[in-house]
Write a protein that binds this ligand. Structure first.
Ligand code: GLN
Length: 316
């Protein structure tokens, strides 16, 4: 039943041709606009896929909730919120702006907040910072993940805005390590390669309150998951987050490579990949597919029938 609905949505939305592949990171412009993959992983560990669910792409901004989770887990809630806020910014993801009142980034889902979180992990772990991040993402994905060097080099060579953001934060002591180290670490985390199937597993580990439902490994505490999902819900889709909350109603996170992950609490994780983006930097096909999935399965958090919260008992 779930497979049939997924196949149906895949074939309908494959027809969609609008959107532009990101090109401000030169290596991303080489992505094939036809690629389209969908995956659902349930909290019981069942996996459903359609299309290019095993095509690798770089995680980009979908990394942000996971480094935020690692910061909360490793550095504690109080310290983490000394370095990042919890308010939607209403600005584009790469805005060179901090909260004018608190002087820290608005939230961990935009570049400034993610750079600040990478800075915090750098401070805590020193030379082991990247390995801590890579191994955390790998636990969420249930697979050993690694960096796509070509995308990493390409982004590092053009990361002028991220350097500007990091300098702004360094001048206000939001980050205390050298700007170059923080930008390198953040760029490396964004260049980690994943597939839609792996993103659905990462997402399902959040749906399963911090335990990977496929490997059974517990990665972060339930309290950390509550913080992460709350910020994904209010800030995960950048300056489209409000409309997304109305139309789809799931905690989610997008990335410029065309990935999108969404979480249905205690039910399923969804991972999607399709490179052409809309004007907010979100994947056109992935958004359409999520709107249809939400509709078909009743996944909106405030669906009047509340079908999503008992989806598995209905469909399996
Ligand atoms: N690495 C990208 C950047 O910093 C991530 C942005 C995104 O996916 N929206 O610009």
């Amino acid at each position: 039943m779930i497979q049939n609905i997924l196949d149906d949505i895949y074939s309908r939305i494959s027809e969609e041709q609008s959107g532009e592949v990101a090109n401000y990171i030169p290596a991303l412009a080489e992505a094939d606009p036809k690629d389209f993959g969908l995956a659902i992983v349930t909290v019981n560990g069942d996996v459903y896929t359609a299309g290019d669910a095993d095509t690798p792409f770089t995680i980009q901004s979908q990394s942000k909730p996971f480094t935020f989770a690692l910061a909360l887990e490793e550095c504690g809630i109080e310290t983490t919120y000394e370095h990042v806020g919890t308010e939607p910014s209403g600005d584009a993801f790469n805005s060179v702006v901090l909260d004018p009142v608190t002087k820290v980034p608005f939230n961990p889902m935009v570049n400034s907040g993610a750079l600040s979180m990478a800075g915090l992990i750098q401070e805590k772990k020193g030379e082991g910072a990247f390995e801590a991040i890579r191994s955390c993402y790998s636990s969420f994905a249930g697979a050993e993940l690694s960096v796509n060097d070509r995308v990493y080099d390409s982004e590092l060579a053009t990361a002028h805005r991220n350097r500007a953001i990091a300098h702004l934060m360094r001048s206000g002591d939001v980050v205390s390590d050298p700007v170059d180290e923080v930008v390198h670490l953040y760029t490396e985390q964004c260049s980690i390669e994943v597939t839609a199937r792996q993103m659905a597993t990462m997402s399902a580990s959040l749906a399963n309150i911090g335990t990977n439902p496929v490997t059974d490994e517990t990665i972060v505490s339930p309290l950390v998951v509550r913080h992460v999902l709350s910020l994904m819900f209010t800030c995960g889709m950048y300056d489209y987050a409000g409309r997304w909350a109305v139309d789809v109603g799931m905690p989610a996170k997008s990335g410029v490579s065309g990935g999108l992950m969404a979480v249905v609490n205690r039910q399923i994780g969804i991972g999607l990949y399709s490179p052409p983006l809309d004007e907010h930097g979100n994947s056109v096909r992935a958004i359409k597919a999520c709107v249809e999935l939400a509709e078909e399965f009743g996944l909106h958090a405030f669906e009047f029938s509340n079908a999503g919260s008992s989806m598995l008992s209905v469909y399996i």
